[in-house]
Design a protein around this ligand. Structure first.
Ligand SMILES: [Zn+2]
Length: 110
């Protein structure tokens, strides 16, 4: 069976590294789509926010629907996680600020 380019569907030689027609990298490894790797990437997207965008992007570049869905979920999880961390940090700083202000007022009140 002759290999074909997944992007433009021309015949390519098995030894080709790039498609001569569109320049697609033919030896790019497909992303893992096993359940285990899927959940590992989801967990990574939640815990290590910037990396999820990179993984999501790589999945979105795959041709099958399942990979694309994983890509979107990685990106959504990354965004949600970033928002939660940002809100949590802002709240923490506001709490510290309030406490410091209360202590300062306590000192001034003496
Ligand atoms: Zn091609």
């Amino acid at each position: 069976m002759e290999p074909i380019c997944p992007v433009c569907h021309v015949m390519v030689r098995p030894t080709d590294f790039f498609c001569y027609n569109c320049g697609k990298n033919l030896h790019e490894k497909p992303m893992e789509t096993t359940k285990f790797m899927e959940y590992l990437y989801y967990a990574g997207s939640l815990l290590l926010p910037p990396l999820g965008l990179w993984w999501g992007w790589k999945y979105l570049k795959q041709t099958d629907e399942h990979s694309k869905r994983i890509g979107w979920i990685c990106i959504i999880l990354t965004v949600v996680s970033s928002i939660v961390v940002t809100m949590w940090t802002v709240q923490l700083f506001q709490n510290i600020n309030t406490q410091v202000n209360q202590q300062l007022q306590g000192i001034q009140g003496l």
